[in-house]
Design a protein around this ligand. Structure first.
Ligand SMILES: CC(=O)[C@@H](O)[C@H](O)COP(=O)(O)O
Ligand SMILES: NCC(=O)COP(=O)(O)O
Length: 256
């Protein structure tokens, strides 16, 4: 199965929130992304609604249900009671649980799967019981031990946190070291029967190195870098650039 692209709309929402105006429209840009071939839309509604607002979620749900029934809705966040209620009200195909403090500037680490296993198990069971696929945010160096603890939660997938890899944009040696960590954790996840997603600070430039190390990624969720490209190429052009990059990765993996 080719790696799916889920477009994260957080940055579009952040730009919208600068003024008390409805544009840029999160749902309109999401529509353009899906029309361009993106496989899904991702949002990370933070408790302070700094970008995506809780009211955006039913509109994105309706956009997918009414116009793009084959697309997926992925909602990310810390599984507080309020977040779990918000997720259940919008019934996404996938929920990605992230261990973020409400005041964090952005997501910057994965779960302590062993230390938070009981808590995660309860959350995973509740969400899977409502028919949602669950993915857990995972540090690049989680390794076999971390993956074993993640498996014990009952999760369907892990999402590799690629922020440290994305930060290596000016050091090939550092990037290679990060890719090796990601590959080892992905290998452990695959061996455990878990699906593997990835995300955070991915770009058209660094995507090939990641996919070469993890050719069977189920999904990449991309927002910041894709939105930056959209300012230059338009949302349709930006999505097609990332899809082309993924296609080229697939061709390279198939011919390897
Ligand atoms: C979980 C993750 O790495 C990102 O999906 C997250 O959405 C980034 O959040 P901000 O857009 O608030 O930085
Ligand atoms: N899970 C990662 C995501 O949804 C988008 O992250 P970024 O591309 O905005 O860093």
């Amino acid at each position: 199965m080719p790696t799916h692209l889920s477009v994260n709309l957080n940055a579009v929402a952040l730009l919208r929130n600068r003024r008390d105006l409805p544009w840029p429209s999160v749902t309109h840009l999401g529509r353009i992304a899906l029309q361009a071939g993106a496989h899904g839309l991702t949002v990370h509604p933070r408790p302070d609604e700094r970008h995506v607002r809780f009211s955006d979620l039913p509109q994105i749900r309706a956009l997918i249900d009414d116009w793009f029934p084959d697309a997926e809705f992925n909602i990310e966040g810390y599984p507080s009671e309020a977040f779990l209620d918000l997720v259940e009200a919008n019934a996404p195909e996938q929920v990605t649980l992230v261990p973020d403090d409400p005041n964090q500037a952005t997501s910057d680490h994965g779960w302590d799967f062993a230390g938070q296993g009981n808590f995660l198990r309860d959350c995973v069971q509740r969400l899977k019981g409502r028919g949602m696929r669950v993915s857990l945010f995972c540090d690049p160096d989680a390794g076999e031990e971390g993956i074993a603890a993640a498996l014990a939660t009952g999760t369907d997938r892990v999402e590799l946190y690629t922020g440290p890899y994305g930060a290596c944009h000016d050091s090939a040696a550092e990037a290679a070291a990060q890719v090796d960590l990601l590959r080892r954790t992905a290998d452990a996840a695959r061996a455990a029967g878990l699906g593997v997603n990835a995300g955070h600070d991915l770009t058209v430039a660094n995507l090939p190195g990641l996919v070469a190390a993890v050719p069977d990624l189920a999904e990449v969720s991309i927002g910041h870098g894709l939105t930056a490209d959209a300012l230059e190429f338009g949302m349709e052009g930006a999505v097609k650039r990332f899809l082309l990059a993924l296609d080229r990765c697939q061709v390279a993996a198939d011919s390897a």
